[in-house]
Design a protein around this ligand. Sequence first.
Ligand code: PLP
Length: 399
Amino acid sequence: MDLFEKFGPLLAQRDQLTAIGSLPFGLRMDRVLSPTEAIINGREVILAGTNNYLGLTFHPDCIEAANEAVLAEGTGTTGSRMANGTYALHRALEQDLADFMGVRGAIIFTTGYQANLGVLSALAGAGDYILIDADSHASIYDGCRLSDATIIRFRHNDAEDLDRRLHRLDGDGSNKLIVVEGIYSMLGDRAPLAEIVRVKRAHNAYLLVDEAHSLGVLGENGRGLAEEAGVEDDVDLVVGTFSKSLAAIGGFCTSNHPNLDALRFASRAYIFSASSSPASVASVRATLRVMQSSPELRTQLAGNAQALHDGLSALGLAICAPVSPVIAVKIDDRDLAIMMWNQLLDAGVYVNLAIPPGTPNALSLLRCSVSAAHSAAQIDTICETFAEVGRAAGLVPAG
Ligand SMILES: Cc1ncc(COP(=O)(O)O)c(C=O)c1O
C-alpha cells in the first residue's frame, strides 16, 4: 500500500486540468520589477492579482527599515515568541498596532493564517460556539477545526440566518463567537457589519472581524470595515495580516479585552512557531507609518478599483460584487476559466485563477486585485486584455 495512493484522484485531476492549460501552481515570477510588474515566462506582465493594495512593497522607507533591521538584528529570530523570539521590535510593532487600531492590546503572529489558527483555537473551547460565515477563509475553518468549540456555519452574509441560529442557543449560558471578514477574499463583497452587530448584541455574543483584505483599504483611517461601518466599539477582536496592504508577512490580533494577553499562553500557533523576522517586523512598522501619513493612497486605490470595475462591467463580464479592490469575474465554465487565465497571462496580464474546490459555491473565477500603484494606463491595458480574451471566448461582444 502506497501512502501517496490517496492522492491518485487529485493527481489525475491535475493532469486533466494541465491538459487544458498551465495552472497557477506551476507559475513562477522570474523577476518582480515593481508592485505592479514582473517578468513571467520571459515577458513583462502587469500584476493584477497580488493583494498589494497600497503598492508599498517597494516603498523606500519600508525597504530601508527592513535593511536596517537585518543589519542590526540578523536574518531570523530562530525562536518562538515564548522563547527567544520576542525582540523589542515585536513589542514595538504590537504597540503601534494597538495605537493605530485605538485599542488596548495587540499580539502579532508569524503569518495571518497562524493568527486565525492561534486565536480561534485558543479562544473558543469546549462548551463554546463559533458561528462562522460559510464563505470564511481556510485559516478560519482550520482554526475552528483545532478548537474544541462547536462550529456552526451560517449562510454567507446572511444576518437573519445568523440570528436564527443564535436564537436556538439563547439561554444556554454558553459563550458564542461570531466570525466574519471585512472584505471576502474571493468575491470581494463586504460583510453586512451593522446588521451583524445588531444580531451580536441581541444574543450577547462576541464578534471577531478578519480585516485581512480591508485593513488599509476601508475606513477614513484605513482601520477596515468596522471603521467604515462605524461599529468599531462593537467588534471584540480584529484579526489581520501583514501580507496585503502592509506589504510584508505576518499577522495580528487586536482587542480591547483586558485579558487579550492570555492568548500568548494558550495559543499553540504563537508558542510553537518561530516569530517574524526582524526585517518583516521593521518594514511593517514603517508601512504603518506610510499608510497613516498617506491617505491619498486609499483614494487612489478606490479610484483604480472603480475604474477596473467599470471597465470590466462595461464589457458585459459578470462581476461578483459591488466595487472593492477585489474584483472577481465569474466564468461559468471551469475549463474556459483555465483557458482564459492562460490567455490573459500570454497577453501580459496576471490575475488569480480560482476554481473549485477552493471557491464558494463551486464558482470559477478570474480574480483581480487592484493596487493604488496601478497607473491609469495599466488599468486600461487590463480592461483591453480582458476584452480581447473575452471576445475570443464569446463572452464579450465583438466590436
Ligand atoms: C481573510 C483572510 N484571512 C487570513 C489570511 C491569511 O493571511 P496570510 O496569507 O498572511 O497568512 C488570508 C490570506 O489570504 C485571508 O484572505
